[in-house]
Design a protein around this ligand. Structure first.
Ligand code: GLA
Length: 396
């Protein structure tokens, strides 16, 4: 989604956001909402571009939210007002509208899927607003889809298991945006638990939880302000390259899934399919890093945690080729900063955010250090946000 800065420039706290969404609801519709939901954004500590390859990842929901308020209406449609875009849309259960705006396309896809899956045709009125930076690798689009879908389903008493909701929302997003995203964002948002990171194995969808808190450390997100659009980016190309690499190896070796591939097998790609070789090398290496990261986090070894983040960035930059010069520069600057343990680009890539592990006491100095140097070089002010892990959806 294109960034609309009306809310995001003066970042609202969670409570301010809820109050604003509630007040706007009253003003627009003349009554109090019946339900209010909060859907978080997410970061991913490690395990990038592994979800659509049966791999491993380690996401967590963060304290940035999309807030939605809802009540019933008598029409056969959803009336929705977005605070971020300062616009309304009327989405009919029966008439197909071709909206230009992505947020309306996402909302329409959600309504169509909810109707097809659960036969819902009851009208509702909603207001929705968020303080998740939009289009920056913090899953604002996924949170938006989950927010609409779950706010409606919860309101109309449709019970769903978390996994079912995650897969439904993945389907909605891919339908609306023409992407082929995996389930990292949906699992990270829906299945999160307070102060924990998820360790997801996408091969069998099994999930473990480990603590995301490291003594005297902070997790920091740096928003490069470089906009990225998953649908327009080379994301789909990466998905296809991985598929092609796997198919070639399946013909040469007795393997069926990505998880059967080991590093020596990749030699078969190195000469004639060098690009595919690099992509698969990243995925296999990244899975290994998720396993290593789990051990280092459990043992509280900050230096090793930072080291693994740096290895991941290098791999995303040189093998998977999804970084950008601005984020590479941020990492390079950080390497000379005392108290910085490590960092890497997160999400789909090609811009957006990076995640960093820092000693608590240097966070404010780091903010000044990065902001002055980065803005001098790129004439953009990076947004530096410490993140905590509040757990998944909340119902007020
Ligand atoms: C985007 C997608 C996710 C995942 C990441 C890369 O965020 O939505 O499914 O593939 O990129 O790890």
């Amino acid at each position: 989604m294109k960034n609309n800065i009306s809310l995001y420039k003066r970042v609202l706290t969670k409570d301010q956001l809820v109050n604003k969404v509630r007040a706007e609801f009253k003003q627009k519709y003349g009554n109090e909402p019946k339900n209010i939901t909060l859907t978080p954004g997410r970061i991913n500590i490690i395990g990038e571009h592994t979800d659509y390859n049966d791999g491993l990842a380690m996401p967590a929901a963060i304290d940035r939210w999309i807030c939605a308020a809802i009540c019933k209406s008598s029409s056969a449609s959803l009336t929705i007002y977005s605070l971020n875009y300062n616009e309304s849309a009327e989405i009919s259960y029966h008439i197909k509208d071709n909206f230009q705006e992505i947020w309306k396309q996402l909302a329409t896809a959600a309504i169509n899927v909810i109707k097809a899956e659960f036969g819902i045709e009851e009208g509702a009125k909603m207001t929705i607003g968020g303080n998740i930076p939009i289009g920056c690798g913090l899953s604002s689009s996924s949170a938006f889809v989950i927010s609409i879908t779950q706010t409606i389903c919860h309101f109309f008493s449709i019970q769903m298991k978390d996994m079912q909701l995650a897969h439904l929302c993945q389907k909605i997003e891919n339908l609306a945006l023409g992407t082929a995203v995996g389930c990292l964002d949906q699992y990270g948002i829906i299945l999160s638990k307070k102060n924990n990171l998820l360790v997801i194995d996408f091969y069998d969808n099994s999930i473990k939880y480990i603590s995301g808190i490291l003594n005297k450390c902070s997790w920091i997100v740096v928003n490069s302000q470089v906009q990225r659009e998953l649908s327009e980016s080379a994301y789909i190309q990466r998905v296809n390259e991985c598929k092609e690499g796997l198919e070639i190896l399946q013909k040469k070796f007795n393997i069926s899934t990505f998880r059967d591939i080991d590093l020596p097998m990749l030699q078969a790609l190195i000469i004639r399919h060098n690009v595919l070789y690099k992509r698969l090398c990243h995925v296999i290496g990244e899975n290994g890093r998720v396993m290593k990261m789990q051990i280092q986090l459990e043992e509280g070894n900050k230096k090793q945690v930072g080291q693994i983040l740096q290895e991941s960035h290098k791999s995303l930059k040189t093998l998977y080729e999804v970084s950008c010069k601005e984020i590479d520069y941020t990492i390079k600057l950080s390497e000379n900063f005392d108290g910085w343990y490590g960092g890497r680009i997160i999400g789909g890539g090609f811009g957006g955010c990076s995640i960093h592990l820092l000693a608590h006491q240097v966070v404010e100095d780091y903010r000044g250090y990065i902001t002055s140097r980065y803005s001098k070089k790129y004439k953009m002010i990076p947004d530096i946000l410490p993140v905590t892990f509040p757990g998944g959806l909340q119902y007020l």
